[in-house]
Design a protein around this ligand. Structure first.
Ligand SMILES: Cc1cc2nc3c(=O)[nH]c(=O)nc-3n(C[C@H](O)[C@H](O)[C@H](O)COP(=O)(O)O)c2cc1C
Length: 166
């Protein structure tokens, strides 16, 4: 039986944290005890029966905090049901079709035998860190493409698997 779930995230500008909160809210409504934490501030996953880890995408890679998290806790993660998500595309494509994981995340999925991975649309808004972010915004390509209906639907599937003794 699953008692406690960790939803961890790697974020630079906060939008992946908000997705993690939305996932956690669905799991809580399903009666699970959930902690939502920045991936870099998780000392150990041993208190948890299952883990969801998400990261923003930067230059074709998962956020470094998500990468470090799966490296650091690798062995413990293989012993627990594990789900991954990425958040990135700054357009509607993630709502229109499945976007496969970037190569590094695909390898992580295989190595840790993760149950599933999904790519959600991302968000980039005024005030984002870094000059590349500023360039993207000035070129008019920013915006909020997070699809909370899709995020909640995915979280429902995670909850259902946990309920069925994943
Ligand atoms: C410098 C930079 C590079 C990015 N690279 C990618 C990318 O390779 N693929 C992608 O889908 N999105 C990319 N994005 C969009 C981000 O993944 C998106 O803004 C995401 O929601 C950021 O998450 P965060 O707010 O949690 O940091 C990039 C954004 C910036 C600012």
């Amino acid at each position: 039986m699953t008692d406690k779930v960790l939803v961890a995230y790697g974020t630079t500008n906060g939008s992946t944290a908000r997705i993690a909160e939305a996932v956690a809210d669905v799991l809580r409504k399903d009666g699970l005890a959930v902690d939502t934490l920045p991936a870099r501030s998780v000392p150990s996953v041993s208190p948890y029966d299952a883990v969801v880890i998400g990261g923003g995408l930067y230059a074709g890679r998962w956020h470094k905090d998500a990468r470090r998290f799966v490296r650091r806790h690798g062995r413990a993660l293989t012993e627990r049901p594990l789900w991954l998500f990425s958040s990135g595309p700054l357009d509607a494509t993630a709502s229109e079709r499945d976007i496969p994981p970037v190569p590094g995340v695909r390898k992580t999925m295989a190595r840790l035998d993760a149950r599933d991975h999904v790519t959600f649309g991302g968000c980039l808004e005024e005030g984002a860190k870094g000059w590349v972010a500023g360039m993207i915004l000035r070129s008019g390509k920013g915006g909020d493409f997070r699809d909370f209906t899709a995020i909640e639907a995915w979280a429902e599937r995670v909850a259902a698997e946990l309920r069925n003794g994943a």
